[in-house]
Design a protein around this ligand. Sequence first.
Ligand code: 4NP
Length: 154
Amino acid sequence: MVKPAVLFVCLGNICRSPLAEAAFRQQASAAGLDVLVDSAGTADYHVGEPPDPRAIRTALRFGMDMADYRGRQVSADDFVRFTHIFVADRSNLLNLHRVAPQDHAAQIGLLLDLIPGREGMDLTDPWYGDEAGFLETWSDVSAAARHLVALLER
Ligand code: 4NP
């Protein structure tokens, strides 16, 4: 079997997708899963920047240090390097399809499609709100990560 490679995508790559990356790294590592993990944004607003300080603090509360993560923008290459791409919301799913090369093997879907009962839904962007929103994001991305680990273990 090909080694799975998972990319999490949001708009800025400073809030939702780094948190999804951290939650999945944590759980994949606990499960002993050999997988490549990364995150990216569809926009270039925060390229080279660390995640939002509120996101860093939230992940730290759950034992994950994201201080070294740096924002980057999705590239055509990602559709070849990654076997699975999970997107935070429908707007960025559209953005992603716009930059996808004609044929690629990567499976693309919404992150919340991983959670039974939440298929088709958007992951709320905590960027516009307060710190409590980041806790909710952590809870959502952790639930998605649990399902993804189970899926990849099969
Ligand atoms: P993210 O949140 O897509 O979850 O990283 C955002 C971060 C920055 C912006 C929008 C959303 N922004 O407009 O700069």
